[in-house]
Design a protein. Sequence first.
Length: 179
Amino acid sequence: MDLIYYYLPALETVRDFLELGGGVLYIIGLLTMFMWLLIVERLVYLRIGHKRLVAATQQIWEGRSDHHTWFAHQIRIRLVSQVSAQVERNIPLIQTCVALCPLLGLLGTVTGMVEVFEVMAISGSSSPRSMAAGVSKATIPTMAGMVAALSGVAMGTYLQRKVGRERALLADHLVIEHE
């Protein structure tokens, strides 16, 4: 029960932030959670599943007696391609989420500015105070979208480099013998 009271101020802060930024923040939040779910899945796969697949692929290659013919070369290319397809899975989806985050932030800015202009038109007032509150509400989604995208860019770049290294390592381990 004490744990609830410990986290209550943080949850209230998140709630206030979401209310301040409008409905688009919920979409950005869901997209960011989905993106990070994919990132964590790829990290776990690279740590556990990929090693198993590479070991099985090497076992298949080493179990072959033929390592030097054109046919063996084609089988090697296919094995590397199959492992590469598995290791690269979800990387384009992560990149898409990264690209969508700032766009959704801009959508929140536009909808927030529309609300500001709507209030100004209805009230007939161009008071700087009322406009400042609306502009603040309009810029928060942009900030949230950019922060989400930056975190995804960093991890996406790391994953792309790791995928490239793993592909090169596998190709090096599947040695072709020359006659």
